[in-house]
Write a protein that binds this ligand. Sequence first.
Ligand code: HEM
Length: 232
Amino acid sequence: MLDMINRPTKFGSLKITSDHLIAMMSDVVLAGVNAGTVTMIWTMTELTRHPRVMKKLQEEIRATLGSNKERITEEDLEKVEYLNLVIKETFRLHPPAPLLLPRETMSEIKIQGYNIPKNAMLKINTYTIGRDPKCWTNPEEFIPERFLNSSINYKGQHYELLPFGAGRRSCPGMTLGITILELGLLNILYFFDWTLPNGMTIADIEDGALNLGKKVPLKLVPTLRSSPREQM
Ligand code: HEM
């Protein structure tokens, strides 16, 4: 593999060692894991801001998975339909890579009446598309139910929702990213109830902003949920 990378290119000869490769691979994985972590924080932020959605989601998770589980496993993924809707709605409002990766035109093209020259750099603003009233009803509101009975998914075929991009350069880590996200959320929502720290209210949680992470860290207090036997 290193022979392939180190062959002469139009940019000259590269000298990449196995140490460089390992460092690059860990950067790639870390960037992907970071996108998942950012999405998990935004999901918990929106759930805390919307107690109705939090209650509905936790009830659905606990009813679907049963009341006495000791571990969440991969078989539990995709069983909870509402979790999928909540994740889509979080991606719509808080795409972790709001401008995707830049593209360069290979020839002059016309898009919606605009003449775009050859070699122009294009950026796709998924943050703005996710909040565009032409695509979404009440776009600023967090309503996971908007995806109920809708065919829109985040796999790159529906241009109004592109958290993983689209086309040949779309995210190759999508399946891993979604698995990490769903496993993480199922665990923290099945086993724990969440409240704001003493003295904090929903109004103290910052609004969404055009940045990858949150400006102010989200602080929540977990309480291990009581088992159904203890409740009797
Ligand atoms: C929730 C999790 C993730 C999100 C939201 C996400 C999102 C994205 C986005 C938006 C792009 C740019 C796509 C485009 O411009 O069309 C991208 C590219 C990429 N992602 Fe992810 N990603 C996630 C997880 C991961 C993971 C876990 C990995 C690897 C282990 C990964 C590896 C990559 C790589 C290598 C690229 C560059 C692809 C290329 O340039 O051809 N991602 N990701």
